[in-house]
Design a protein around this ligand. Structure first.
Ligand code: NAP
Length: 487
């Protein structure tokens, strides 16, 4: 399927051979070039935005029940093709095939969730100071959405925007990451098969600095829905030349606190999963762990053993592997840099620390899940987002210290707690300055609850009803009535 999608853009319901420069897309597990994409030219971005503007006129007037049916069809089409879509994702992103399949099914879940929400866009009637007036608060779709997405979750992070936008009655132009464009183009082919009208969904490929920026600056785009790094999010906020609605889902540097009352088995299991899944390339990955001094040595030893047991593989050849290749050389180099920095400043290497050995790993971007202990806040691993398979551990002496350390960051995306004592749970969850706090589990985001960051981790929400509100404007209609004549 990748060959069919190569060098194409999806504009106004049709596949267009892109006219811009070619960009190679690599398989990060082997270093082989999979195919090329076409960098959309400014004229092609204009075409996509114009198609979305034209489609908005009719799509915003389509009855909610019909938008709902369209999203259900899209969800069914996507889950029916889950194997094909997952293979594309693994080839370009590196995560194991089964994990990619799970992500595709979550994309389908987002379609069905927002299909249900499309028919629940309710308004309000607000009391006035006199009884001859009704104040109606209505919700109307914002317009054309420019969606700019990263490479770590190439399907889900498009899905949350696409489904929320379409349910609300908006149309969308998607600019996926350069590293993972084929998943986005494959989703566009599902849009066609689900009979979603031309122009409602468009996909333009190319670099963020050119194609993404063109959407940010485009006067025909009413809202930018962005997921990516805090630096690019801030740049987008500062470079909008006109007032636009923005939602920015940005970086993290997420802490886990393990108290002395914690179930140690569960804490180790959770820490391993959320530190290393997707090779740590998750905005809500656990980057740093604070563990009660009383249990620190045993926790660190068991975390190291568990990290060493994770199976690393080429995600196509070993679909059940725990972790696959990293998506590109940049996150790999950043991981090595954070590791070297920690070791130079006195951290102790507990597990990993190098690339796995063997021919299968020779040309891809692989690294062993790595644990360092005895960390301090002088180290990058404890204060910056690594976005790789590296976690730092530090002991704490009291809950206040743990909270202070966990909140000592410009980020506020997700924090994790393992504790059994209810007083500890209440104390910690109320004081952690994060948009998401997961206690005794590591799944900080679920489809039907709002998900968003604080501070430099972003503004706005995805998931839940709140995720759809990001695509709606309020309109206050205030009507004064006279008594009917001849009453
Ligand atoms: P990134 O470098 O910020 O890129 C994200 C997207 O923005 C890509 O499509 C990129 O295009 C594009 N872009 C780059 N410069 C741009 C510009 N000037 N104008 C418009 N678009 C531009 O982030 P990444 O490296 O792909 O992803 C990793 C980051 O995403 C991490 O910080 C992670 O925490 C964050 N993230 C956050 C969440 C969340 O929900 N909060 C979820 C996942 C990831 P190119 O691909 O062409 O560069």
């Amino acid at each position: 399927m990748i060959t069919e999608l190569a060098e194409k853009l999806f504009i106004d319901g049709a596949w267009k051979a892109g006219e811009g420069a070619r960009i190679a897309v690599e398989n990060p597990a082997t270093g082989e070039v999979l195919a090329h994409i076409a960098a959309a030219t400014p004229a092609e971005v204009d075409l996509a935005v114009a198609a979305a503007r034209k489609a908005f006129k009719s799509w915003s007037r389509v009855a909610p029940i019909e938008r709902s049916k369209a999203l259900h069809r899209l969800g069914d089409t996507i889950s029916g093709e889950a194997n094909v879509l997952a293979r594309i994702m693994t080839l370009e992103q590196g995560k194991p095939l089964n994990e990619a399949g799970g992500e595709i099914l979550k994309l389908a879940e987002a379609c069905h969730f927002y299909a249900e929400e499309a028919v629940r866009i309710h308004g309000e009637i607000v009391p006035n100071s006199t009884t001859d007036i009704d104040s109606l608060v209505m919700r109307e779709p914002i317009g054309v959405v420019g969606a700019i997405t990263p490479w770590n979750y190439p399907a889900e992070l498009i899905g949350w925007k696409l489904c929320g936008a379409l349910a609300a009655g908006c149309t969308i132009v998607i600019k996926p990451a350069e590293l993972t464009p084929f998943t986005a183009l494959a989703i566009a082919s599902m849009v066609t098969r689900a009979n979603i009208p031309a122009g409602v969904v468009n996909v333009v490929t190319g670099s963020g600095s050119k194609v993404g920026q063109a959407l940010v600056e485009h006067p025909g785009v009413d809202k930018i829905a962005f997921t990516g790094s805090s630096a690019v999010g801030l740049h987008i906020q500062q470079s909008c030349p006109t007032v636009k609605r923005l939602s920015l889902e940005l970086g993290g540097n997420c802490p886990l606190i393990v108290t002395s009352s914690a179930d140690l088995d569960a804490a180790v299991k959770g820490a391993v999963r959320r530190s290393f899944r997707n090779m740590g390339q998750i905005c809500i990955a656990i980057n740093r762990i604070y563990v009660a001094r009383l249990i620190a040595d045993v926790f660190v030893a068991r975390l190291g053993e568990a990290a060493d047991k994770l199976v690393i593989g080429n995600g196509i050849e070993n679909p059940d592997a725990d972790v696959g290749a990293m998506a590109s050389v940049e996150p790999l180099n950043k991981t090595k840099d954070h590791l070297a920095d920690a070791l130079a400043k006195g951290a102790k290497l507990i597990a990993g620390g190098s690339a796995p050995e063997g021919d299968v790993f020779a040309r891809g971007y692989f690294f062993r899940p790595t644990v360092v202990a005895g960390c301090t806040h002088e180290m990058k691993v404890m204060t910056e987002e690594t976005f790789g398979p590296l976690v730092g551990v530090m002991a704490f002496d009291g809950l206040d210290e743990a909270v202070e350390l966990a909140n000592d960051t410009p980020f506020g995306l997700a924090a994790y707690v393992y504790a059994k004592d209810m007083d500890e749970i209440r104390y910690l969850s109320s004081r952690l300055d994060y948009g998401n706090v997961a206690v005794n589990n590591v799944d900080a985001g679920i489809m039907n609850a709002p998900y968003g960051g604080r501070k430099q981790s972003g503004v706005g929400y995805e998931h839940g009803r709140e995720g759809m509100l990001e695509y709606l404007n309020f309109k206050h209609v205030r009507i004064r009535y006279d008594e009917p004549k001849g009453r």
